[in-house]
Every structure is written in C-alpha cells, then in structure tokens.
Design a binder for this molecule. Structure first.
Ligand SMILES: Nc1nc2c(ncn2[C@@H]2O[C@H](COP(=O)(O)OP(=O)(O)OP(=O)(O)O)[C@@H](O)[C@H]2O)c(=O)[nH]1
Ligand SMILES: [Mg+2]
Length: 203
C-alpha cells in the first residue's frame, strides 16, 4: 500500500472536500453539510506518474456534539489506535477552519502527534470564506497560535493546493512533480486492520 498521509480535524472542517480537490476528483471521498459524514478511516490509494504509490487516509472528524458518549469513546479509540500504531503513517495534515482558529481539540491533537513523534502539517481550510484583505493576518495569527507554519487552503476553490501537495509529499519524501497520479478507493480492512474494519466506512 505504500506510505500514508492522514487528514485529521474537526467534523465539517472540510477534510473530505480537500482530499477530493487534491486528487482532482469530485466525489472520491464523501462530503456533507452535516457534521459526522466520515465515520471511519477511509483509505485512498494514489499512484504517482513514476509508479510510486502512497495512501491518503480520510479520518472521521472530532468535536461532533450530536454523537453519543459511546460513539465519542469509540471515535477516540479508533483515532488514537490508528495514530499511535499505524506503521505506514508518514505524517498527518491537521486541518482547522481559518475563521475559527485553534481550539483545545486542535492543541491536544498537535501535542498528541508531537508526543507520538508523528510529523504534522497544519492547513487552514475554507480560506475562501475569509475576506481577501484579512487572509495573511488570519494565517499569521494561526501560525503564532500553533507554533508551526500554516498553509491556507480551500477545498472549494482550490487555493493552496500546490503548496499542500508539496508539504504532503515532503512528509513521505516523494517528488511533488510526479503528482497528480491516479487515485482510487482502498479497502477498509487494509486501512485499519480487522479489529477496526467494522467502523471503517463512509456514511
Ligand atoms: N466555502 C467552503 N466550504 C467548504 C470547504 N471545504 C468544505 N466545505 C464545505 O463544508 C462542508 C463539510 O465538508 P466535508 O469535506 O464533508 O467535511 P469533513 O471535515 O470531511 O467532515 P466530517 O467527515 O464530518 O468529519 C461541506 O458542506 C463542504 O461543501 C471550503 O474550502 N470552502
Ligand atoms: Mg469527511
């Protein structure tokens, strides 16, 4: 399956939309206005022009209040299990809504990834919703908050796609010039192993 880059972030932040934009496919990953659309770890296999393969993992979002306590615990276990044990995971793209900024959950996620020794890139999504004149101010504020560089992106209109691709391929040490390749859905059991296969599906 090759090395993997995962997309993590709050429910509805635009993970699946961005993943479709990166792969230039409209409906590879399922998206929805309703938070909680992606319910498990959903894998997509990408083949670069030179033949190298890697995977993109679309993770379910956190902070979805309408979920029951049991569902939130199951989510936490799934995510922590995935992030801490997935040997092919080369890095994580943490997404935050550019208008919302980093909150407790994002700080916790970044600290957890740091604790695990996982490499992370921070993406500020829905940048198209931020007035143009305010974009650089918003991004530098986010960068100060996070203590790491932030890439402004929009899955809706494609802003920042090239920069994000470069950063992602940097995580797995592949040449960005080989993108785009061919993206296709992987299978749930390949994604998270048999113990999690029941949860690994898109709604
Ligand atoms: N304006 C704007 N809307 C966006 C952008 N990205 C996503 N959206 C919208 O935000 C909603 C949620 O997008 P998803 O991609 O399904 O979000 P997600 O993070 O995968 O959500 P979960 O699977 O629930 O965790 C959809 O209505 C998208 O059309 C963006 O860059 N700009
Ligand atoms: Mg999703």
């Amino acid at each position: 399956m090759g090395p993997e880059v995962a997309f993590a972030g709050r429910s509805n932040v635009g993970k699946s939309t961005l993943l479709n934009r990166l792969c230039q496919r409209r409906a590879l990953a399922r998206t929805s206005r309703t938070p909680g659309c992606t319910r498990g770890v959903v894998l997509f296999q990408v083949q670069l022009r030179g033949g190298d393969r890697f995977c993109l993992a679309d993770l379910p979002g956190y902070g979805f209040a309408a979920r029951s306590h049991d569902e939130r615990v199951a989510w936490k276990n799934l995510l922590e299990g995935y992030l801490s044990t997935r040997t092919s995971l080369a890095g994580v793209v943490v997404l935050v809504d550019a208008r919302r900024g980093l909150q407790d959950e994002e700080f916790q996620l970044l600290a957890y990834l740091d604790h695990l020794g996982r490499r992370a890139v921070l993406g500020a999504t829905k940048l198209d919703k931020v007035p143009k004149a305010q974009c650089s101010k918003v991004l530098s504020h986010l960068s100060r908050q996070a203590g790491v560089p932030v890439l402004g992106v929009s899955g809706e209109v494609g802003t920042g796609r090239e920069d994000l691709l470069r950063a992602m391929l940097g995580l797995i040490a592949l040449d960005p010039g080989l993108w785009p390749g061919v993206a296709q859905p992987g299978t749930a059991s390949e994604a998270v192993g048999k113990s999690h296969a029941g949860a690994a599906e898109d709604r």
